[in-house]
Design a protein around this ligand. Structure first.
Ligand SMILES: Cc1cc2nc3c(=O)[nH]c(=O)nc-3n(C[C@H](O)[C@H](O)[C@H](O)COP(=O)(O)OP(=O)(O)OC[C@H]3O[C@@H](n4cnc5c(N)ncnc54)[C@H](O)[C@@H]3O)c2cc1C
Length: 574
């Protein structure tokens, strides 16, 4: 975990840390080993035995995969490797929420409208990044090494920092209060220690004890109830909300369940972020085009693109079960096909709002869980500028003229994305969530940019940003797009039971025959919605589900997620 105000190493004087410290605890990397289901997806993917097999007579069998975002592509890619024939359906672009938009006058300059910074702890995600040979760079988060300077502006007061040490002691106190809150209230150091060493039993022991105590608490309630923040006072809580940890302010998450936040910080999902050079969409596009070397059944050189003759099928309008037990998938424009299994990877709300999904396909409790899902709104607005002029120095102060900025004004967070000296660069003028995102929803791109520049002018009165802008801005509000209806899921207090139902649905042995064979995947099915790692890992769960449904199995030496779900999976509450 890092905070925006400090970059902590484990503190040996902290007894809760040293009590459990052991050789290897510091050097072993943190992975996104989720405490609800600490299954090592990266080891599973890397294993020579592969992800299992299906009976040879099923080679070439078609399986429908709804959505060609990262989850759908991982699912389809792995099904293809096993000798099945995935049939991808996509309503919009290949890539889904990994969408990189080009500035029209400079097609090589891109803006990542959805996922843009990927924690190195997301090992299953990076399995595919490495496999596909994609280049990555450190993402310029607040106070990170890739960020020349950061400005924190709160209540009209501006603090300039090139390193955390440049900030006033107040911000260190805020960071320390947060660290104490998670250590005292959520065994942070012990959990990270167990995650580092992949001590599954210990992870489960800590988490299963905390879960029932935390499920009904909000993030804000957790902070306000902690001794450290209570002692520190409201100003510290307020500043924490504005400045947060790792990526910036998190106060728009204050109403969410504290479990959601703990999963992020335990697994360092907020730390050591990298971007994909050329744009995040290169990952799903590369999966679509890649010819795996270890294919079963298909001739060498087969890709998802070649299996689909270059284009996925269109938007799905209806999913139902035919009289013979197979699934009928109908596109919005009418084309129909039948399959023995279906994987849906679109945001789950779409299964009732945009796709006529036959109700009997899922248990009623699962529908309740889907309908109760809570999605965050999110908006981003980018402009291209002639060069990274922000590195020019103010002659009076010696400071960069413009910095990565965290503010309590409308913009909330401004990021500066450099492509080299004297090359066109990109400013993400504003990246917001929830209420802050809703403020932009009704405004068009130009109105948004005008207001954002107005806010920045209050913070940087001497800088003429406008004179550097080239071309038209690019903006997005994910909640306004009918193929998404929100940016990403975030569970509210009391939602653990819903999340547990949705996540475990891929193991279907307890379901009646009439409800088997349709699988949910996508980051909103994972315990870490909003992180691409969850899109990958739930795709792998669905692959396991399909293989087993068709009569296949995992290799004995490489058990899959469904083989271990009962042993180390999310516990049921009452
Ligand atoms: C603003 C924002 C910021 C983010 N930041 C980060 C980040 O920094 N780091 C990170 O790791 N993650 C981040 N994420 C999350 C990351 O983008 C997602 O986890 C990932 O892209 C989800 O992939 P998916 O395949 O599960 O879903 P999606 O990408 O949503 O894919 C589902 C696909 O289904 C398609 N679809 C919808 N309806 C139909 C239909 N009827 N028929 C056929 N297809 C349909 C959609 O068009 C879409 O392509 C961010 C997301 C957003 C929105």
């Amino acid at each position: 975990m890092t905070t925006a105000t400090e970059l902590p190493a484990p503190d040996p004087s902290n007894t809760s840390y040293s009590e459990t410290a052991h050789p290897g605890a510091v050097q072993d990397p943190i992975t996104m080993l989720n405490p609800d289901f600490p299954f090592s997806y990266d080891h599973y993917l890397a294993h020579d035995a592969g992800l299992g097999s299906v009976p040879p007579e099923l080679y070439g069998t078609e399986v429908a995969v709804v959505g060609a975002g990262l989850s759908g592509l991982v699912t389809a890619y792995e099904l293809m490797k096993l000798g099945l024939r995935p049939v991808l359906y996509e309503a919009d672009q290949i890539g889904g929420r990994l969408r990189s938009a080009s500035f029209p006058s400079a097609p090589g300059v891109v803006a990542d409208l959805g996922g843009m910074r990927f924690p190195v702890s997301g090992k299953a995600f990076y399995h595919y990044v490495d496999l596909l040979g994609l280049q990555t760079q450190e993402f310029p988060n607040p106070l990170s090494a890739a960020t020349t300077s950061t400005v924190i502006e709160l209540a009209g007061k501006k603090h300039y920092a090139e390193t955390p040490a440049d900030l006033p002691p107040f911000f260190r106190e805020v960071a320390e209060a947060w660290k104490a809150a998670v250590n005292d209230g959520a065994k942070f150091a012990q959990m990270q220690d167990a995650i580092r060493t992949r001590d599954t039993a210990r992870i489960k022991e800590i988490w299963n004890e905390l879960l029932p105590l935390m499920d009904e608490q909000t993030f804000y309630g957790f902070i306000a109830g902690s001794e450290s923040f209570r002692n520190a006072g409201f100003a510290h809580r307020e500043a924490f909300g504005q400045v947060g940890f790792g990526t910036g302010g998190w106060d728009t998450d204050f109403p969410n369940s504290i479990l959601e936040i703990l999963r992020v910080v335990y697994t360092d999902a907020d730390d050591q972020h990298r971007l994909i050079t050329g744009g995040a969409q290169r990952l799903p596009e590369a999966l679509w085009q890649h010819a795996p070397s270890d294919l079963v059944h298909w001739p060498a050189g087969t890709t998802l693109e070649s299996l689909h003759s270059g284009v996925p099928r269109g938007a799905v309008g209806r999913i139902s079960r035919a009289a013979d037990g197979t699934f009928t998938v109908q596109e919005r424009w009418g084309r129909t096909a039948t399959y023995p299994a279906v994987v849906t990877t679109c945001q789950s709300w779409l299964l009732s709002t945009r796709i006529h999904t036959e109700e009997a396909l899922f248990p009623a409790e699962l529908w309740t869980a889907i309908e109760r899902s809570h999605y965050m709104q999110s908006s981003k607005t980018f402009v291209m500028v002639d060069r990274p002029f922000w590195k020019d120095k103010n002659p009076d102060t010696g400071h960069d003229v413009l910095s990565m900025t965290l503010t309590d004004r409308l913009n909330r967070a401004t990021y500066l994305l450099d492509h080299g000296p004297d090359k066109p660069a990109v400013i993400l003028l504003s990246y917001t969530w929830n209420d802050d995102a809703l403020k932009w929803l009704a405004l068009d791109a130009e109105e948004r940019v005008e207001l954002m520049l107005h806010s920045l002018a209050q913070i940087y009165p001497d800088v003429d940003i406008t004179s550097h802008i080239v071309g038209q801005p690019i903006t997005v509000s994910w909640e306004a797009d009918p193929n998404f209806m929100g940016a990403f899921k975030a569970n509210l207090p009391g939602h653990y039971r819903y999340q547990q139902r949705i996540f475990t649905h891929f193991k279907q042995d307890a379901l009646p025959e009439s409800q088997r064979g349709i699988f949910l995947a996508g980051d909103d099915v994972s315990f870490t919605a909003g992180w691409a790692e969850g899109a990958v890992t739930t795709g792998l769960n669905a692959v396991w589900g399909v293989v087993n449904h068709l009569g296949g199995s995992s290799a004995a030496e490489n058990p899959g997620p469904g083989d271990l779900l009962d042993a180390i999976g999310p516990i049921a509450l009452d």
